[in-house]
Design a protein. Sequence first.
Length: 251
Amino acid sequence: MVQFGFELVQNVQDSKELNNVVVSPLGLGLSLGMVAAGAATTTLKGILDTLGLEHLVLKDFKALNRDITEDSKSLLTVANALFVDKEYGLIQSFKQDVSDNFGAHVDQLTSDPAEQISSWIAKATKDKIKDAGKDVSENVRLVLLDCIYFKDQWKTPFNTRETHNSTFHRSDGTSFSMKLMSRKSSMSAFESKEFVAVNLPYGNRFVATVILPNEGVPTSSTLEHLNKEDWGNFKQNLRVNRQTYCCLGSK
């Protein structure tokens, strides 16, 4: 689903109504996978084409869930749920499939779906996201949910004494002052005509890849270079143990 992830980010970026965006291709991919478990013919084909899959193999989704959450040294939980109106029944085999392969919670919608959904999301994210279901209508018939909670320590921590005020430049040419945590150390880094990138490892096996368009290069141009093929080339050409100065936004 790598290509699906890049296409999703590009489509979101194309929306002129959005500014800062946090999007999870994994989360949407798992939700579509649950839908696919109950789909057939042209609907199933459409979902598989979107995900970039030739066949629906539910055990692959189960393996994916297990692989990304089995690291006990990092706090990563993936929670899936399906809520359906009590007037609509679900086939038992479908409920079993989403439960076995996605670890999904399956339940009926209550008379107050907004509170029900908000409560489930708050619990799944350890109260980091609250009131997320406030816009859920009483007329809703089906709700698919995926929540991802991640917390870990940097493998090489940022020294708080190196945090400083600096100028952050937006893609529209405007700028503002903000706190930036910074460090200079040996990192895996990459440079091209479009962007620079660094890998920032967490404590165990997860890595945050930070990509910054070069000066004068619009974000949209950088995103055009993010696809499955170019991503593979990017990873192969990362220079390991390169002295790099890195700054990231700080709370």
